[in-house]
Design a protein around this ligand. Structure first.
Ligand code: ZN
Length: 867
């Protein structure tokens, strides 16, 4: 329109500069090496002056090319001058191999416990490098952008690692090492002329990958190089002097105080015996002073009243449906429960969904106080006055208003009174015939002809964080699930109750991607169009802004799943399937528009050569887009934004207050170690910083390949710490498998009711789900949990088919008579549970599901691993 405008446009371009150095963050203490007394030390000095008993020299002789992928590396011992001395040194020469260029390994048999001997140090020089990339790494500020296992920018550096022959896979063979040379480089070390220092804490430093590395039973020290990085004829000559392991030092990181507390917890942790664990039951609170009759001669005498404000009509309808249907299923009356807008004068049981204006003062006070005490959370409130039950929540909870608290209250009420629970999430997304055992709730209490209510007063629940959710598979019946997460994609009640992701436009609006190549797709360096999406590319940022605005203005919702509710009520575009992807890709648009330099608010001009250019450009465009939408289309628009890959560092561009940042610690080394552990420093540091600039901060975790591993205990430590630094959303992408469904249930419940002991939740679950097999199943999982907590591998997920915990069980002695090892003992327990539940259909079904998975898992554990 500007070319038609008659007026002149004046642009003010003001740049304000701060005269004082401005420190944007209160960051965790900087990383640094500590000695036993906790004093900070210069690492190279510390390893060279360590007492003799704290040093384990690593031989420079005896290294050999590893048999399988040894081609492309020559190993020799050479005499080299190191300061005033002439020493035997290890020399590795990597060349492009003749055959398939892969990772070439040099290995030395060397048994050590790295948990104790954790600091690995040596002098090195790299003399001939063909790629030229090595030098570039040398000059970069290290660790600014967290390294991801698959996009490690030091992949063209020698890898420094170790291996345990008990591990199924030696990951060094695949180029996943513990550290890279450039990561452990110590530029300020005082070293003999011509030599550089490498010092790395193999336990607490940022590891390269999420692949498992047994720490306490190392059998080999290894160096690797991806010789496919070399051109034919290129050479990397890498010489190592004085390699050693040193104990008594550690690389500080994360939150050391919390870390020490966690370590103490873990050292003293004992799994509660089943009977002991059963004693704590959160639902012991909330019992009624005396039973309230609800049904006589199969006639229910009750009504449901739609009370209070219902800003979210759809959500309320789901709540009504839930209460009505499930009560009827449990009590099996011959009449229906009426739903009224206003309470009748009948002397019957009344369920008020929301607070009526004429509620008794005592109820009003109770609800008001609970709301006040848990302001801004999705608090669940149930108050009682004789036969009247009042369900309430926090007003102004996004999208659902107090509906979230009300529906959670209804779920609690049904669970406590009639035993209604879903033992595992409903996987089906309405496609095909759902398995009734999976979709239906377990064992609703079957009344005779009379029934009483026994529970539902003075009930207040505040979850561990304001928004939470666990996927996958739990999306379809969002209204039945306190932990629904990706509800914006699927299913009844989805928008209403998976409110965090439905709250804001996820990432950006549509990018005009489509199947056909078009100008909205990013342009690669060599001029090719890249289809936007996971692992492929982002779209052209400049060219999608208008698309996004248009889509928003049209109230458009892109259907990516069949069951997406198409209600006009939700004009926000909240679809995850056509966002401006920043997930799993470093590929950004290289078109001339996108690569133009621009000025940052601090006055500096940022050009495409700057390592932060893409992140800054992304946020500048996001701000512009959001500003345009908010100004011209919808003042309430917000972005739910993933902080992931290149957008991880907090940008110098101020982040709009309408961006709901969402950090993905992808992938953590494992979920047995809390997020604030030194090994997770790279994540903890950035999350802490983001929390200080983002108005709303979320974290999306990826506990993948859970199998029989625990997750609820450490998750509770994470949640407490996250909440403390300002995280308000916690999500977990995970799989609910036939092996992991009990633990996933516990993990969810532990988010919803954080003050309930995790073992007690486990016992509660087993009692309700596994019937006569409860104690056996509890013990089965408890033994696996104890085993997992005492072993020292770190791995985010088990490789499919490896069954590493099962393998470990086979190697662990058992004190049960007739069992040679823990594996046999576990096998016996779960089979006994299955036999014991024969005739109890639901219990037998769920034990059977776990048993089927165990049989597969256990068989794998006994097989020789072939990678
Ligand atoms: Zn572009």
């Amino acid at each position: 329109p500007y070319d038609k405008a008659k007026q002149e446009i004046t642009i003010f371009d003001l740049h304000f500069k701060c005269s004082k150095q401005y420190t944007p963050f209160k960051s965790p203490a900087p990383r640094g090496f500590l000695d036993r007394e906790g004093r900070e030390v210069e690492p190279w000095r510390a390893v060279t002056t360590a007492a003799a008993e704290d040093v384990k020299e690593i031989p420079v002789k005896g290294w050999a090319p590893e048999a399988r992928n040894g081609e492309g590396v020559a190993v020799e011992t050479v005499k080299e001058k190191v300061g005033d001395e002439t020493l035997d040194c290890l020399r590795l020469t990597w060349t492009r191999s003749e055959g398939k260029a892969t990772t070439a390994i040099a290995t030395l048999p060397f048994a050590v416990n790295a948990l104790d001997w954790n600091t690995y140090a040596f002098l090195y020089k790299v003399e001939i490098v063909g790629t030229g990339r090595y030098e570039r790494c040398e000059n970069l500020i290290l660790n600014k952008i967290p390294q991801y296992f698959m996009f490690n920018k030091y992949a063209d550096n020698p890898g420094v690692s170790f291996a345990c022959k008990d591990d199924c896979i030696n990951w060094n063979r695949y180029g996943v090492t513990r550290s890279y040379l450039s990561e452990g480089r110590r530029p300020v070390a005082q070293t003999p002329a011509g030599w550089k220092a490498f010092v790395c804490d193999m336990v607490n430093d940022d590891p390269v990958g999420n692949k498992w590395f047994t720490l306490d039973k190392i059998t080999n020290m290894e160096f690797t190089f991806k010789n496919k990085m070399l051109a034919p004829g290129d050479k990397v000559v890498f010489t190592v002097a004085r390699p050693r392991l040193v104990r008594g030092l550690m690389y500080r990181g994360g939150d050391m105080k919390l870390w020490e507390e966690f370590k103490a917890w873990k050292a003293n942790h004992k799994v509660l015996p089943y009977r002991e664990a059963l004693k704590e039951n959160r639902f012991d609170e909330g019992r009624l002073a005396k039973p309230v009759p609800i049904m006589r001669n199969r006639i229910i005498d009750a009504e449901i009243i739609n009370a209070g404000t219902t800003k979210n009509r759809v959500g309320r309808d789901y709540t009504v449906k839930l209460l009505r249907e499930e009560l009827a299923r449990a009590l099996n009356p011959i009449n229906d429960i009426p739903v009224l807008g206003k309470a009748s004068t009948n002397d019957n049981v009344k369920f008020f969904l929301g607070m009526p204006g004429d509620a008794p003062e005592s109820v009003k006070t109770f609800v008001a106080e609970a709301r006040q005490a848990h302001q801004g959370t999705a608090v669940t409130i149930i108050a009682n006055d004789g036969k009247k039950f009042y369900f309430a929540g926090s007003p102004n909870y996004p999208t659902v208003d107090e509906g979230k608290g009300i529906i959670n209250g209804v779920l609690d009420f049904l669970e406590a009174n009639v035993g209604l629970m879903w033992p595992r999430p409903a996987m089906e997304r309405g496609v095909g015939a759902p398995d009734p055992m999976v979709v239906e709730a377990l064992r609703p209490y079957r009344a005779g002809k009379d029934a009483d209510l026994v529970w539902g007063r003075d009930w207040v629940v505040e979850s561990a964080v304001k928004y939470w959710g666990l996927s996958d598979g739990n999306e379809y019946y969002s209204y039945r699930n306190r932990a629904s997460y990706f509800g914006c994609w699927y299913g009844p009640g989805a928008f209403e109750f998976s409110s965090y992701r439905a709250y804001a436009a996820n990432h950006w609006f549509g990018f005009g991607g489509g199947d056909q190549e078009n100008e909205k797709w990013a342009l690669s360096k060599d001029g090719k169009r890249l289809r936007p999406g996971c692992y492929t590319s982002t779209p052209c940022l400049i060219k999608v802004i208008e698309d996004g605005k248009d889509a928003f203005a049209a109230g458009k919702i892109t259907k990516c799943m069949e069951h997406l509710p198409n209600a006009a009520y939700y004009k926000r575009y909240n679809d995850d399937c056509s966002p401006c992807w920043i997930e799993d890709t470093w590929n950004t648009c290289q078109c001339p528009e996108c690569l133009k330099p621009f000025r940052l608010p601090d006055g500096t001009l940022i050009k495409k050569e700057d390592p932060d250019f893409h992140a800054e450009a992304h946020f500048v465009n996001a701000n512009a887009y959001l500003q345009a939408v908010r100004t011209y289309l919808n003042r309430n628009s917000e972005l739910n934004y993933l902080i992931y890959f290149y957008t991880i560092p907090v940008p110098r561009t101020p982040v709009s207050g309408y961006v709901r940042s969402h950090f993905c610690p992808y992938v953590r080394v494992n979920y047995d170690i809390p997020i604030y552990a030194p090994v997770n420093d790279k994540f903890w540091r950035v999350i802490s910083q983001w929390c200080q600039v983002a108005r709303s901060m979320g974290v999306s975790e990826y506990f993948l390949g859970g199998n029989f591993r625990p997750s609820a205990d450490v998750q509770a430590f994470d949640l407490a710490a996250y909440r403390e630094i300002g995280v308000s959303f916690f999500g977990q992408e995970t799989e609910t498998q036939n092996g992991s469904f009990p633990e996933m249930w516990v993990a969810k419940r532990k988010i919803y009711m954080p003050d309930w002991n995790a073992d007690s939740i486990r016992a509660y679950y087993c009692r309700n789900v596994f019937g006569a097999g409860a104690e056996l199943m509890y013990d089965f999982y408890a033994k696996l949990r104890a085993l997992r907590y005492t072993e020292n591998r770190d791995t985010d997920f088990e490789e499919t088919g490896c069954s590493e915990l099962g393998r470990l069980a086979l190697k662990t002695p058992s004190d049960t008579k007739g069992c040679d090892n823990l594996g046999e003992e576990l096998d016996k327990l779960i089979n006994q549970a299955y036999a014991k539940t024969a005739g109890d259909e639901p219990a037998n079904f769920f034990v059977g599901r776990a048993l089927a998975f165990w049989n597969w898992y256990y068989a794998n554990a006994q097989k020789e691993w072939k990678d």
